[in-house]
Design a protein around this ligand. Sequence first.
Ligand code: AHR
Length: 652
Amino acid sequence: MASLGLRFFGIAALLGGLYVPVCHAVTTVTVSATASHTIPTTLYGQMFEDINHSGDGGLYAELLQNRAFQQVTPGDSSSLDPWVAVNGAELEVIADTDPVSSALPNSLQVTIPSDATGSVGFSNPGYWGIKVDPSWTYNASLYYRFPSESPYSGTLTVGLESDTGEVFASNSTTIDGSQTSWANVFLTLTPSSSASNTNNSFFVTINGSEAAGEIVNFAMFSLFPPTYKDRPNGMRIDIAETLAAMKPTFFRFPGGNNIEGQSFDTRWQWNATVGSLLDRPGRMGDWGYANTDGLGLLEYLTFFEDVGMEPIMAVWAGYSLNGESEPEDALAPFIQQAIDQIEFVVGDPSTSDAAALRASLGHPEPFYLNNVEIGNEDFFASDSYVYRWPDFYGNLSAAFPDLTFIATTYPFDPVIYPTPPHYDVHVYQTPDWFIENAFYYDSFERNGTTYFEGEYASISTNASNLYGTPEEGRFLYPTMQSSTAEAAFMTGLERNSDIVFAASYAPLLQLANDSQWTPNLVNYDAGTVYPSTSYYVQQLFAVNLGDEYIPSTLPTEDGTLFWTISRNSTSGDTFIKIVNPVTDEQDLLFDLAFTTVASSGTLQLFHGTQNDSNTPTTPDLITPQTSTITTGQAFNYTAPGYSVSVITVNAS
Ligand code: AHR
């Protein structure tokens, strides 16, 4: 436990005309020169699922929403959203008698009115906007066919325009009425100027008077800006760079709830997410909108290699969000599908069809994979996890003895056999809970079982209605109160990293215009990324981490001041993280047992007031500030209220 001394501070308080010395308690932290354990290389990472348009409309760089009319019902008014007609064209989503592919049965049928003049067609405003950047080349693509042969031949134009009609870029080609089978049109767009905002759309038009009375079917549109590391069908650069700057060591995917499906049929299935985009039907995701599955298994894996992180990959485990579990005697095909999913990632193309498929798609070498998670939050179906866990775990570990498998229940309920070697633990709670539970793992038995804190976030100040509305206490965006409370908890994760091998805040991403869950780590709109206060906490913890944990005086268990110390055993750089999650500043005295400690170090200070929050309207309100700090074998530090401080000092 920390010892408290008293220290007179230089600044005195003025009381009734007299200067009275202000007396602060000083917490002395004695730091060992010997590490207690090695810190796992996977400690800080990211948890991803398509929620809040974090895949389609977020990380996945495709700009057009509802690009291929996947998972919509032709004839429904919403099937067209957000496409709109330009200059009187008649638009209808139809079940095409000759679809562009069996996976994409719907087309956009466009009828040019017989009295049309001018440019007639349709447009798409993207995911609540499209960024127009003159330094970018956009790749536009579509398929078209004439349902009935026609002598028509004319110009088709695609482009980018503002909501006031200013055209930033356009390009044209000739389409031909003799084209009754599907033809692919590919055109690039290079804007001549930038747009003042993101209220822009992608348009497709033809000359109305020339094409009057014609009917044309369109399918599988696409509009891509440049992507992260230049990958075709890749990731949005600013979001990917923001994630990479957190130096994540792993990426948990594809859910979360979004692997589960609202029913068995709508579960995430790896094999529906690979290969040509024309062969991906998409699915109704678990967060109220269709997933295109353009961000498929191969795109995920390629992204992990590009960032330099490893997957924590979930397989579907026989339970869907509607509460239904597959009976035990029906599990075999799903276990095989999970085996094939893993084979796709790590298998040998000469012995596995799934691995051969991966090789045919350009990646003959296996991807790195160590951790596989069986299901998601299976404590919700504990009655069936008692057979689903042994059936999945038994078969998968027999097929892949070198892999590590993670159960998605709590260790105590249900009790499952064989005893899981690893558990994924989730917690969404109040700031107070996170502060009070900084010692959550300290009492856990050291019996070989390890833990993945796979989802956690401080989401509300209202303990009795955690998932209520913002008026009821739920955070819309992380605040300094919620973020520093998470940081207090994280000091406990780091201290207990002998048994906690990974941890990730959740959810990761949020399209600010339309979301299903708050708060989230990184927010964005069509043009800008807004890292939250919790993002900076995660980044400070992940970037400033040694390979060995250095024991020190323990914080007081029911206190309000926390710290954790790690060290790079090669360079000697020692990372002292101090968290003060309450209003008042608090004083510490560090006493390091190392023989040599540099006389100065670096301070990264992240602090604000309780309700400070980085939002789309206050984007960079609080960011970490770096300065030089006097250090040595013993030095004082005052942690401001609502702060995370990282002192980096060389010690040997
Ligand atoms: O992170 C949001 C949801 O919370 C996840 O999808 C689910 O696993 C948890 O209940």
